[in-house]
Design a protein around this ligand. Structure first.
Ligand code: PEP
Length: 250
């Protein structure tokens, strides 16, 4: 399975800054190794600029950080899967912890976004992960199972495994500098894998599972080679082309 190295630029960068970072990244990375795939998730306002910058580069794809589950309609401020495809997105993130815990999205809404986007032809990276108090209360497995049950509720059993990825991102490790220990990552990813196989028997073994949470050039190589880790989703350390290029090649 190819390793997916994904950059979430959150609410950072103007269109011009994003275009320059994308161009610098393609120069620094050069030819993406055959066993890797690079995904860039810029803010909506920079999608067009980044699509132009990535067009000549092989091995790079673009996605959006969010989506609304409808083709069109009176949904002020929202963006449909078709609009994202139109501007050059192949991927979309659903359920990022900042959308769940800052913007108040619940599991059912995340599931609707996931199913609708897949049906509309986008690849989806569904983000899941427990809060610190949930981990400390021994609820790791229950949270992972609930978020996958609801997030993948109406996903068809014959889904192509390459159209879906799961990002396991413990909330307490996102943007905090606290990386989960290798044994914590392996334990959580094994739970995710088992649940994927239970929910989607024909695809579950081949759906990539990414780790996210304070990944840096210094720790990326160790993380990306752990059992059941098929890539990383990177926030802070993806904002500079230099540091993210080192992660891509880790
Ligand atoms: C993220 O935004 O998904 C993330 C993991 O952020 P950071 O790498 O900054 O922890």
């Amino acid at each position: 399975m190819k390793k997916i190295m994904a950059a979430n630029w959150k609410m950072y960068k103007t269109a011009d800054e994003a275009r320059q970072t994308a161009m610098a990244l393609t120069t620094l990375v050069g030819a993406v190794p055959a066993d890797r795939e690079v995904l860039i998730f810029p803010p909506f306002t920079a999608l067009h600029a980044v699509a132009g910058a990535l067009r000549p580069a092989l091995g790079f794809s673009m996605g959006a950080q969010d989506v609304y589950p409808a083709d069109e309609g009176a949904y002020t401020g929202e963006v449909s899967p078709g609009m994202l495809s139109d501007v050059g997105c192949r991927w979309v993130l659903t359920g990022h912890s900042e959308r769940r815990h800052v913007l108040g999205e619940n599991d059912d809404f995340v599931g609707r976004k996931t199913t609708f986007s897949l049906a509309a032809g986008l690849n989806v990276c569904l983000c899941i992960g427990e809060k610190l108090e949930e981990r400390e209360a021994g609820m790791l497995a229950a949270v992972i199972e609930r978020q996958l049950d609801k997030g993948l509720k109406d996903v068809p059993g014959d889904i192509a495994p390459e159209s879906l990825a799961i990002a396991y991102e413990p909330v307490w490790a996102i943007g905090t500098g606290k990386v989960a220990r290798p044994e914590d990552i392996v334990e959580a990813h094994a739970l995710v894998r088992a649940k994927l196989v239970a929910l989607l028997p024909s695809a579950g073994e081949r759906i990539p599972i990414l780790y996210g949470g304070s990944v840096k050039p210094e720790n990326a190589a160790e993380i990306v080679h752990l059992d059941n880790v098929n890539g990383v989703l990177v926030g802070g350390a993806s904002l500079q082309a230099e540091s993210f290029s080192r992660i891509v090649l880790a």
